[in-house]
Design a binder for this molecule. Sequence first.
Ligand code: PLP
Length: 697
Amino acid sequence: MKAEIYLDGNATSAVLPAAVAAAAEAMSHGFGNPSSSHLSGLRARALLESVRARARRLIGSGDGELMFNSGATEGINTAVLSALVHLRERRADGQPIGRWLLCGATEHKAVPESLAHWNRLLGLGLQIRELPVDTEGQHDLAVLRALGPETALLCTMAANNETGVVSDLAGIEAVLAGTTSPALWLVDCVQALGKMPLNLATTRIDYAPFSGHKLNAPKGVGMLWVRRGAPFTPLMVGGGQEAGLRSGTENMAGIAALGAVLEALEDGSFHGPDVLVCLRDRIAGSLRHAFPDLQFNAPIARSLPTTLNFSVLGLSSEDLLNVFDATGMRVSAGSACSAARTLPSHVLRAMQRPDWCSNSAVRLSFGPSVDVETIEAACAAIARCGEVLKRGVCAANALQDGVLQWSDGVHCGWLVIDVASRSCVAIDPPARLVSGIAESVRAQGLTLLTTLGTDNDTEAARSRLALCDALSDVCITHLGADALGWPTSDETFGLTSSVNVSAVRLGCQLLVRLPASDGHVAYLLGSTGKGMTMPDECRFAFIGTVAPAAFPDGLFGPDTLLCPSRTKGAALPATTTHARYLLQTGQPGAAPQQLVAAALPAFLQSHPQALLIDVRDAREHSAGGGLHLHGWPALNVPMAALTAAAERWLHGERRPILLVCRSGQRAEQAAAWLGRIGYAPVWHLVGGLAQAEARQA
Ligand code: PLP
């Protein structure tokens, strides 16, 4: 297995070996309940209090309360509940409480969600307002100045989890003081602990939540600091643990582990800010070198020395992440929570970063326990990713005859390539993908014969023009073509009729136009046969938005790939007449079979004819240095090239196919689609390469 270079520390971090040992000790010999009065209990209590004392020193707790809990989400909810219960009581007493629950625009979702939840549940009806940030991610102090006098609760963070931007807490405090604001103040300190100095008791902060797993302790342990005298309502009541502030038997394994981490922090075993800045600068330099078009999404000088958020023009977050992942480097597109939901970053939006930056954003983060070897390995991996992406092994991968799918999730375009003549034709290129298609055509040294449309939609016409413009130096027909891009003269290249151009020849392939209903046209692609105006056998039909049923029976073969211009939510939207028949007659098609990683060696032995297909993007495939599983080489057929490959497989000897990808998701989609169009037998590897490579190690 490739060595893992873990650089997603803001999402979570590896548990420190000393913390693992401390947790194990707390679960074995020191398993006592700190509330028990016998010796086992007293030992556990001593440990609990020693960890608390250390934590208090490290955060400058003063005489504030510090309670252990399950993590920052609990701490945030407890703080919000406490503040809001207090506000409700004050209002019931007839005292003014202000109007706003003011929340920084770049807060972790746990904060605005808690505000909305408790505001509704307590029936407070206060207004939740966003405190905007500027383009550098700093809170807008002018807005705070204006709203301060009417703010009941202010929530800001010490450092942002997506960008690492460090907030100007002193500036915020000065505004609160200057406006004699009555606001209670919650500061999310999750990303700050261990990475910047904290001295809570010397500030006006009322509540500060912390999370263990962001700093090499296990998940499920955290802390909440509460200023002495700040309003407090327990979120959990029961046995009265934690001096009644947070009931429930303490998570002693987690607390012991956190204690070991805090000990390492206190005794200087972790890197200090100066070293972290050097390590961060080393990575930033590698990134700049590997990706000259890179932009950082936050000012480095005002960010944590452990976080870099960047975008590369022309590459999506997914492109970058997949290639990084293939080299063994674990980074993320933003916060771990939004990564799972694939939402655009609210943080970058609040900072008014251009759309392309949000779409391309990558967060690279590490912690103060990072070792220099990891940073060196990361720099080497970054250089390798830069090379792979520069080589332009775009979706098209190794130049191959065929049809490439370009979809943006809604629209779907197709690029028909003929290697021998180094020519291609684009059909229905989606607007958002024009620059990618142009780059791919150029990188492969292809000539664009023409860009065709299947209907008169104006948006689509605009993207066709944009593609012709982007490739004007390698595009032949942009002058001699009709409104749908069909050539009107055959002077310059291999068109087959001199008067009315009825077919476009791409090497041995022939593309003909077929009028469909309501001004729509379809294009049929097959090999040139006897006739020069109709392909011998129609292998692909580009049907735009026309329903397959609208074409005359018998026009297409059972396995002709019908390629639409809309995805209707499908990753692989092409269909066949046979697939439609299976659907209409209630036959589900061949069900793809799941293969678990443990069964892979046996499968490969018992299916010597099997094709092992890696459906990852070509760049991911080559960034990982190709793919061999248990000695078997995998063939790279990215999702974009699968329609063309399926057409070949359907007409071939039907070897067993095993599909693999990174997480197993794309392979599962591809397997289901192959099953639907009637290809069998197909397997997909459950859990993806992550599982298989781990077993191979
Ligand atoms: N606040 C910030 C800034 C975070 O980064 C996170 C975790 O991603 C949280 C709160 C939630 O922390 P926990 O996972 O401990 O609930």
